[in-house]
Write a protein that binds this ligand. Structure first.
Ligand code: NAP
Ligand code: MG
Length: 477
């Protein structure tokens, strides 16, 4: 049985109710988390505020950096344990679970080193004045974390917030709490003061909503669906609380006829099957120049047909989806595609060892997807790739920008001028040319335009979002 983690101690929910924890590989419950309430959020916000006022705000930036560096080392030491927890809780194949734990280490290292490099400026002003700016933390920050990459998103969100001098109240998805509860314990063992990192588990519409509405929360970072992003924004608007929203995408991979197909093929496949397609930056649309459309789809079809799906512990190409409702969501998209007469090029195979009760979905390649169809417009969040042809550069830009999202774009061409023209004309927060970063590195600012959200996480840029700027003007005569 798991507990909330508030003020460096396990805590039961005021509801005295729990939520079962399900293993996506077999659909069976194996643990339980607390079903939190607004009272639990209140306790966590209170603990965070006390920590901020009495301890955290008095630490120097270098001391915060040292704590984060210690935590990075501790997470590295416990990497295998955390990966095993994540594998069971979220159905991640071993390589992915390990990669997530390693990314968490990198986030903490990066933000540890950044703590004492964040500073304001001196500004030219009128004669007789000295003017400068301070970068100040918001205070108590709220973090609503989804289930697809709990450790990575915790690392970028909480790591950045702590580095900038904030304290944190975290609400993980009820489907992905276990690794984060363990990381919070490790932080306490490293010397993080009670209340710096608090975790309250439970349902989004209960504790998530309570967090977004709490008057003691000074900033909210949210990663998840556009629908809930709107709810968070509305709740925060009531008290003019700043928010950072990362709401996913329908990211295109654009392949021109002069592209290096040997590099394109594995990257395009990986960008949609990694984490079973449950990636905000998944390359879920494939735009291919007409002249190479047929040969590329043929080779891609062979690659899809060779993909194997099964229990996380087998570490195949693809693991299960997170839960039954996500599986149903993918099935709904695929049956819509069938009704619309969208041709399927190929599908991978679910292996025999996969229990019937697990949440499996074979990777699927669809072609000639009309740009207006929901498969070309909405996030499936499953291993489904929608391919369509384009004529020329202008057409490629038009198709690339024809969704409400704008998170990541992949551009594949050897023509240098075209690389830059395309990079300039696509509407998205990140552009990868002749590679595709699926979210990119820890160091690279990440976030969207349009309905993909706003604000940037990752990299040094994130620290500006986790701070507010105070301008101080001194008249010295
Ligand atoms: P979601 O509902 O947006 O969940 C994201 C987070 O928000 C979870 O922690 C969730 O908690 C919480 N939440 C839910 N309702 C809330 C509310 N009213 N107030 C505050 N927080 C709330 O996403 P989902 O239903 O899990 O997935 C649906 C679709 O969203 C996916 O198929 C995918 O297209 C998209 N999605 C995108 C990302 C991304 O990385 N951009 C991540 C996840 C999902 P609970 O899970 O505990 O309810
Ligand atoms: Mg689970």
């Amino acid at each position: 049985m798991q507990h909330h983690f508030i003020a460096n101690a396990p805590a039961r929910s005021a509801s005295e109710r729990t939520i079962p924890v399900i293993d996506p590989s077999d659909g069976e419950p194996f643990d339980a988390i607390q079903r939190g309430t607004a009272d639990d959020i209140d306790a966590a916000v209170h603990a965070a505020r006390q920590c901020l006022d009495s301890v955290w705000s008095r630490l120097s930036a270098a001391e915060r950096g040292r704590l984060l560096m210690r935590l990075a080392a501790k997470v590295a030491e416990h990497g295998e344990e955390l990966a095993a927890i994540e594998q069971r809780d979220c159905g991640k194949p071993t390589r992915q679970a390990r990669a997530d734990a390693q990314a968490l280490v990198r986030y903490f290292e990066f933000y540890a080193g950044a703590c004492d490099k964040l500073h304001g400026e001196t500004l030219p002003y009128q004669e007789g004045y000295a003017v400068f700016t301070w970068r100040e933390p918001h205070g108590v920050t709220g973090h609503v974390i989804p289930w697809n990459y709990p450790m990575q998103i915790f690392g970028r969100s909480v790591g950045g917030a702590l580095a900038a001098g904030n304290v944190c109240v975290v609400k993980p998805s009820e489907d992905a709490c276990l690794s984060l509860l363990r990381v919070a314990q490790l932080a306490a063992e490293c010397g993080f003061p009670a209340g710096a990192i608090n975790i309250v588990t439970g349902y989004g519409h209960e504790v998530g909503d309570a967090l977004a509405r709490h008057p003691g929360i000074d900033h909210i970072s949210f990663t998840g669906s556009p629908r809930v992003g709107t709810l968070i924004q509305q709740a925060a608007a009531e008290r003019h609380c700043p928010v950072t929203l990362e709401l996913g995408g329908k990211s295109p991979q654009i392949v021109f006829e002069d592209a290096d197909l040997e590099a394109v093929l594995p990257t395009v496949v990986n960008a949609i099957v990694q984490n079973a397609g449950q990636t905000c930056s998944a390359g879920s649309r494939l735009l291919v120049q007409e002249s190479i459309y047929e040969p590329l789809l043929e080779r891609l079809g062979e690659a899809f047909a060779a993909l194997r799906v099964g229990p996380a512990g087998l570490d195949l190409d693809v693991g299960p989806l997170i839960r039954a409702s996500q599986q149903q969501r993918v099935w709904d998209f695929l049956s819509d595609a069938q009704h619309a007469g969208i041709p399927m090029v190929a599908q991978g195979q679910v292996v025999e060892e996969a229990p019937q009760s697990g949440f499996y979905q074979a990777p699927t390649l669809l072609r000639d997807v009309p740009v207006t169809h929901r498969l070309a417009q909405e996030e499936v969040f499953g291993p489904v790739l929608a391919a369509m042809p384009f004529k020329d550069e202008a057409h490629a830009v038009q198709l690339a920008n024809a969704t409400r999202f704008g998170l990541v774009t992949g551009i594949w061409t050897r023509d240098g001028g075209r690389q830059l023209r395309m990079a300039r004309h696509v509407k998205s927060g990140q552009v990868f040319i002749n590679n595709y970063g699926a979210g990119g590195g820890v160091e690279l600012p990440f976030g969207g335009v349009k309905s993909s959200g706003y604000g940037r996480e990752k990299g040094f840029e994130a620290l500006y979002g986790f701070t507010t700027l105070k301008t101080v003007a001194i008249r010295h005569g």
